[in-house]
Design a protein around this ligand. Structure first.
Ligand code: IPE
Ligand code: IPE
Ligand code: MG
Length: 242
């Protein structure tokens, strides 16, 4: 899809994935506890969902909690889980207002029962919304996702539903949490770090990467537009020659 933004015709990436990072450093700069940064970061997530919908992005996938983030203090982990719990519980109204489908990827089995229940309910009730698919990666790790997919494939093979010779790249993709989504066109990471931290390892094979020093709580509509402008400056060859 194309859009005119600031007098420029820009191709809008269909799927934008974000590694939201820098909440802790944002709080530290203000001499506040890390939790203060997470709270501000949660508000930014809500705002960015709206901007993404307005700009015509069809899929927005944010990394909210990784399989490695359990290493943080119990205090920080429970603060983040509570924020997510509240965010999810308040999402139905925003989803309706923004015509937004909400989904969660990652290993949900390790989450508290009430969080799993809210997720199931939200996914079901927002399934018919069509403007934006907003996906939250929660207890998500790219390697863990592949591990769970392999486990599932082997089980299906044992049940005679699949044979080794028939396993294509599409078969593998169909066993991932993202099975019904296109791959990200653009991956954004805030806070100046330039690493993937176990995010969407399979899916980012041909994504364009945009790294910005902006700390996540400060990320706004202009920053998203800058990322889209950067995306438009890239020549995507997918291994071919142009
Ligand atoms: C991102 O901010 C949020 C999560 C990973 C949950 P951080 O908490 O990683 O913030 P920094 O990187 O310590 O600044
Ligand atoms: C990546 O951020 C995970 C999320 C954004 C949820 P981290 O802050 O956990 O990543 P590292 O530790 O800097 O690689
Ligand atoms: Mg971080």
């Amino acid at each position: 899809m194309e859009r005119e933004i600031d007098g420029e015709i820009l191709t809008i990436p269909q799927h934008v994935a974000i590694i939201l990072d820098g909440n802790g450093r944002w709080a530290k700069k203000r001499m506040m506890p890390r939790s203060y940064g997470h709270k501000a970061g949660a508000q930014t997530v809500e705002d960015v969902c709206e901007f993404a919908g307005e700009l015509g992005i069809r899929y927005l996938t944010v990394y909210a909690f990784s399989t490695e983030n359990w290493k943080r203090s119990t205090e920080e982990v429970s603060f983040i889980m509570n924020l997510l719990r509240n965010h999810l519980k308040n999402s139905l109204e925003r989803a309706a207002k923004n015509n937004m489908q909400i989904r969660v990827i990652g290993d949900k089995s390790a989450l508290d029962k009430d969080i799993i229940d809210v997720i199931t309910d939200l996914e079901e009730k927002t399934r018919g919304n069509t403007r934006l698919t907003f996906t939250i990666a929660l207890n998500y790790g790219g390697r863990d996702e592949i591990r769970r997919a392999v486990q599932h494939i082997v089980r299906d093979a044992e049940d005679g539903k699949i044979v080794a010779e028939d396993i294509s790249e599409n078969t593998i993709a169909s066993y991932l949490d993202t099975h019904d989504m296109p791959d990200p066109d653009l991956l954004i990471r805030t806070s100046g770090e330039q690493r993937i931290s176990n995010y969407l390892l399979w899916q980012i094979a041909y994504s364009e990467f945009y790294f910005t020093p902006v700390l996540w709580p400060d990320f706004g509509k202009e920053d998203l537009i800058d990322a889209i402008k950067y995306y438009n400056s890239r020549d995507r060859r997918f291994g071919g020659v142009k």
